[in-house]
Design a protein around this ligand. Sequence first.
Ligand code: BV8
Length: 255
Amino acid sequence: MDTAVAIDVRLARALREARHVAVLTGAGISAESGVPTFRDALTGLWATFDPRELATPAGFRRNPKLVWDWYAARREQLREVAPNPGHDALARLEARVPRFLLATQNVDGLHARAGSRRLVELHGNIARVRCSRERGRIVATWDEPADEPPRCPSCGAFLRPDVVWFEEDLPVDALVAAEDAARACDLMLVVGTSGEVYPAAALPQYAADAGACVVEVNPAPTPLSRIADHALRAPAGVALPALVRAAWGEDVMPA
Ligand code: BV8
C-alpha cells in the first residue's frame, strides 16, 4: 500500500481552524480492515450476491434463510477484523474539534471500536439482531434452526439483522443529526463512499450548499467529487492519519 500522500497546506489550516467538522463514511474506510466493500469489483459483496435478493424486505420475505445466513456470515467475518489507522485518525480528530459528528453508512461497528463517540450509524449495526415484526425489540441470544432464521421469543416472527435495507427508512434521529451537522459544519470529510446510496449521499451537498469545505478521501473519483473542494486520492488508512498530522503535527498511532 502506498504510504505517502501530500496534504495541501490550505486544507491542513482549514481543518485545524474548523470549529465544527462533519464526517460521512462508507464501506471504503473498512476496506483496509479486510471488510469487503459493496461495489469493489474484486471483493464487493454485490459482486457475489444480488442486492435485490439480500438487502431488501422483499428479499428477506422471499428467502429468509439465505438472507439470515448472509448476515450471519458477515457477523462471523467481523470477529476477525479490527479498526485500521483511518478509523483511529477519525477518533483522534473528534477529540481535537469543538463540534464533531461522524455519520457512517457502515454496519460493521468499527468506528465505535476505534473510540469514536460522536457517531451515528445511518444504516444500523449488523451486530444487533431484532424482531422482524417489532422494530425496537433487540434480541441478544437465539438458537440457530437448520432451515429457517431463529424466531422472536416474544412474538414468534423471524429475527433479522438490525440494519436498514433498501426501501426501508433510516433511523430518524440519526438522519436528522447527520443532516443538521452537514448544514452547520465548517468542513466535511467524505470518506470511502461511492456516493450512490441515498439519503446518505445527499449529505455532502447539504454541506457544500451551506458553504462548508468538502474533502473527499477516496482512491477513485465518485459522483460526489464534483462538489469536493479537496480530494485525497489515497486509501483512508493513509490519507486520514496524514491529514491529522498535517493539521496538528501529531502522529496518529498505528492501529
Ligand atoms: C430510503 C445496510 C425511503 C445493509 C445499506 C427505488 C426504490 C426504492 C428506493 C430507492 C429507489 N431509488 C433510490 C432509492 C433510494 C435507495 C438508494 O439510494 N438506492 C440506490 C442503490 C440508488 N435508498 C434506500 O432505499 C434507503 N432508504 O430511501 O428510504 C424509501 C422508503 C420506501 C421506498 C423508497 C424509499 C436505504 C439505503 C440503505 C441501504 N442499506 N446497508 C447492509 O449493509 O447489508 S446500503 C450499503 O451501501 C451500505 O450501507 C454501504 O455503506 C452503502 C453505500 O455503499 P458505500 O458505503 O459507498 O460502499 P461502496 O462499496 O459503494 O463504495 C466503496 C467506496 O470506497 C468506493 O468509492 C471505493 O473507491 C472506495 N474505497 C475503496 N477502498 C478504499 C476506499 N476509500 C478509501 N479508502 C480505501 N482503502
